[in-house]
Design a binder for this molecule. Sequence first.
Ligand code: SF4
Length: 237
Amino acid sequence: MSKPLDSETLVKEVSKMLRDMYPDDETALDSVSRRADPFKVLIATILSHRTRDEATRVASDNLFTLYSSARELAEADPKQIEQLIRPVGFYRVKAKRIIEVSKIISEKFGGVVPDEFEALMSLPSVGRKTANCVLVYGFGKPALPVDTHVHRISNRLGLVSTKTPEETEEALKKVIEKKYWVKINDLLVKFGQQICKPLKPRCELCTLKPFCHFYNQKSRSISNSKNSSTNSDRIHH
Ligand code: SF4
């Protein structure tokens, strides 16, 4: 059985691993979070859907050089926006969406990004993860954005046992102390990109092994299969 993991140990161990391995690394959303402009966080997060961090960073920088508010972007030429955000996947659809979102913010919310979860969720292309990102990085409110990395790692560690990121968000909120919500998201995204990868987790480098449900199960099944092949060798010799 793996040991239960508490919030503080999780934050401490993951921070240490990442600091040791990649002292200067940052994700696209980190750079957005430092800007702390809710409009930019919202638009960059929409651009980041199904897109690599580097492409999101380039597209966001291109876009925000020319458009820095909802009112400006609401009036933009879609063709120009497509060219500016071309590095991201689905750039044509996203160009339309971010103009549409900007129009709604201008007309319905007086040009100001709303700071309430439900209001954010009412915008097109905004799901739970995006709404939570805006609350956390744009407004500094406690929320827990859950993407595929956070969902996968939380289940591997045995912190939760869930099928969807939405279920993971709810379950994690019960086991992670509120003061760590914001940090956990940032850390687990980097941890998932660099150590606990989707297909080949680098468990040999990971100090969370003693707590990890997935690792302990894998070790047990390797040792069981070794034992059964040793027994079968004995029978056949
Ligand atoms: S031990 Fe392996 S599977 Fe478990 S958290 Fe670490 S890297 Fe991920």
